[in-house]
Ligand binder design. Structure first.
Ligand code: SF4
Length: 701
């Protein structure tokens, strides 16, 4: 735990130092505050400083676990902001990591700089708009509920009353700060949050508004902490509008921490969805506006409703076809020409008619509202003015939705911009079964969006424990190309982890044929369950099992549920939220946690609560995944080297990185995939910091 700083002693020492380099600050923290000395941290500070002060625009730093990378980028970035009067945005992977930066890392670095330079650094946290409560809308809802004289309060009213009490007691009005609440209440929240269609933020000066307060703090802060979704969507795609978030001075530096999945986030911000429920929202939006019109209005005609019915029927026909097309699959790529032309043509014509009618009605509502201005009503007095603005706001959003659904149909159903037609600038399209049938499309190549984002900054620094799939120049180039680094020019550094893996980690590969991942091997899932159970019985500490599919997860969980000793506790992904499960796993200390997908990264359980990590299978990408198919299509004959191997290597490294989190951790990795000892041994060994031993089933102990 770092000691408190002594401002006066530090300040004079810093003034005596002429280099004024970030390294001095770190040295001060090490000498005076007991911050552990880590050579890798120093190395990374040098690289980040060199990027910020030098010619190169991009810095890419792969920093092994335990390097202390957060301080290693914060110190030079803060140094730059203080001495040059610049501002920076730090983007990280999750809201929890944002919170950690704000609660722990930035306060320490700020105190450090205050001691060393006597200057105070301001930092701020920013979430997406839907995370902030709108006090005006909350009050309006409470007024409405009061006016209805309800004797028994429903859940929604109770929720709003609780929120009002929370705010009254000094609550922040930020979703993340609420104690965990059900998904159902999230629906109520969305009605009264700053992103609601009824929130009239333009010109609003509500002094207690959490959203305005957050914006003001961000506008005057030198360091603003965001997450990748906000960085990607709000800063790149809506850059012009949202630069105002940061006030007059544009941030000069962007640091992307946990950068290994930044590209995917940017890609997904371009996603479009066509579905029956989205179509329903359009009619619903129109009806809501009609109900709220403050003057007698021309009603939504039977003709419009009929047009909606017809369009809706055509979507059902499309869904029927899609259900057969999907079979038992949850997701399948959609290629041009697959949807039968009779279904497509009917839907296209009916959708066009319906959307045109809605558009006309939207215009009609606008004109009716405009004509109100020439009336005799005292708008301010009657509250009509505000209502009118809200309706106009809703009409704007409705117009956006019309555009979105038309575009989602074109791109996702008619596949007019499919990559097979448009090349690498085209879309990846698929049909998926997820709360109904959805047609989803997204741009294959996120590089244009990434480059638009880079344009906003003078310097961009990427960092993560796993960025490059291999140590070779080809591994680095792979990352640079995919991240759209212009001219592939960047300052690159790889900083090794300070951990003594030879002492801290043992690795085993199970070689039994029964564990061979092969669709013709019916014994595999059973053998996997037995192998996991054996490993659990042989260890005292906690066990994390990383599966590569939900089928594996269910099989392992079912086997353990039946045979696990009473002293061990089983947690399975999906039983509760990720952070809740992890907390319970940490607290128990001897539990078993089975996870898939998101549990391969972002799991940080230091100490004995996680001492055995079981990897069910080498995490090769799923060949049926539409994105993987598109990547392979463009990689041509090099699909194995450019898609499968790098993606599996990065996922594997991420997974293995869950085990050893501190210098005192020890543990064992078991890879339950015999291919890791044979055909893919080289790939697996390159991901492990120690040489694995091959053992037959039940010999791992
Ligand atoms: S600024 Fe927007 S979110 Fe804040 S109180 Fe006003 S309307 Fe509500």
């Amino acid at each position: 735990m770092p000691k408190e700083v002594n401002p006066r002693a530090a300040s004079s020492a810093y003034q005596a130092d002429l280099t004024l380099k970030s390294e001095y600050v770190l040295e001060y923290a090490e000498k005076e505050l007991g911050l552990r000395r880590r050579p890798g941290q120093r190395e990374m500070i040098k690289t980040v400083s060199a990027v910020i002060e030098g010619e190169e625009k991009f810095g890419i730093i792969e920093a092994g676990t335990g390097t202390g990378k957060t301080y290693a980028y914060l110190i030079p970035v803060c140094h730059h902001c203080l001495t040059e009067g610049k501002r920076a945005v730090v983007s990280t992977g999750t809201k929890a990591l944002q919170q950690q930066l704000i609660d722990k890392d930035l306060p320490f670095v700020t105190r450090l700089f205050a001691a060393v330079t006597g200057q105070c650094l301001r930092f701020a946290l920013l979430y997406g708009r839907a995370n902030y409560l709108c006090p005006r809308l909350l009050n309006e809802e409470l007024d409405k509920q009061e006016a209805t004289l309800q004797l028994v309060k429903d859940h929604e009213t109770e929720f709003y009353l609780d929120l009002a009490e929370w705010l009254g007691e000094g609550g922040s009005g930020v979703w993340e700060d609420l104690p965990s609440i059900s998904d159902k209440k999230r629906r109520y929240w969305l009605k009264i949050c700053a992103d609601s269609e009824d929130a009239l933020c333009a010109g609003c000066e509500e002094p207690e508004c959490p959203w305005l307060k957050a914006r003001r703090r961000a506008a005057s802060a030198q360091i603003v902490v965001v997450n990748h979704w906000l960085a990607a969507a709000d800063l790149a795609l809506f850059s012009e509008a949202d630069l105002r978030l940061f006030g007059e001075v544009k941030p000069a530096v962007l640091v992307v921490d946990e950068a290994h999945h930044f590209r995917e986030v940017v890609k997904m911000t371009g996603q479009m969805v066509f579905s029956q429920s989205y179509l329903g929202l359009i009619l619903q939006g129109l009806e809501q506006v009609e109900k709220r019109m403050p003057v007698p209005t021309k009603h939504i005609t039977g003709e419009t409703r009929q047009a909606w019915d017809l369009a809706s029927q055509a979507v059902y026909e499309l869904e029927d076809w899609a259900g057969t097309f999907l079979g038992s699959n949850a997701i399948k790529p959609l290629k041009p020409g697959l949807v039968p032309s009779n279904i497509m043509n009917k839907l296209q014509a009916r959708l066009q008619t319906f959307l045109q009618m809605v558009q006309e009605r939207v215009e009609g509502f606008r004109q009716e509202l405009d004509s109100l201005d020439s009336g005799q009503v005292d708008f301010e007095e009657s509250g009509i003015n505000e209502e009118k603005l809200k309706i106009l706001n809703r009409l704007d959003r409705l117009a956006e939705k019309i555009e979105n659904i038309a575009s989602a149909f074109e791109r996702g159903v008619r596949t007019s911009n499919h990559y097979l037609v448009s090349g690498s600038s085209g879309d990846v399209c698929c049909v998926e079964r997820s709360q109904g049938i959805r047609f989803v499309s997204w741009p294959f190549d996120p590089v244009p969006a990434l480059q638009a984002l880079y344009e906003l900054y003078d310097k961009v620094v990427f960092t993560s424990a796993t960025l490059f799939p291999s140590a070779s120049p080809a591994g680095v180039e792979w990352f640079l190309k995919r991240s759209g680094i212009p001219g592939l020019k960047a300052k690159i550094a790889r900083v090794s982890s300070p951990f003594d893996y030879e002492r801290q980690m043992k690795a085993f590969i199970l070689t039994d044929g029964a564990l061979m991942p092969d669709p013709t091997n019916p014994r595999r899932l059973e053998a996997l369950g037995q192998a996991v159970l054996k490993a659990v019985e042989a260890t005292e500490g906690g066990v994390l099992v990383l599966c590569t599919s939900y089928t594996e997860l269910r099989a392992v969980a079912a086997h353990l549920a039946q045979h696990l000793p009473k002293t061990r506790c089983l947690f399975v992904q999906g039983e509760a939220g990720k952070s809740e499960l992890l907390q319970q796993f940490r607290d128990h200390g001897q539990a078993v946690l089975v996870g898939v997908a998101s549990f391969w990264q972002g799991v940080d359980v230091p100490g004995d609560a996680l001492r055995t990590l079981i990897i069910a299978r080498i995490p090769f990408p799923v060949p049926d995944d539409p994105d993987v198919q598109a990547e392979c299509y463009f990689a041509r004959h090099r699909w194995w080297q450019e898609v499968f191997v790098p993606q599996a290597s990065l996922a594997m490294k991420q997974g293995i990185g869950r085990l050893i989190r501190t210098e005192s951790d020890t543990g064992m990795v078991i890879i339950a995939d015999p291919r890791a000892a044979r055909r893919h041994r080289q790939l697996v060994e390159a991901c492990l910091p120690v040489t694995p031993s091959a053992v037959a089933l039940f010999d791992a102990d």
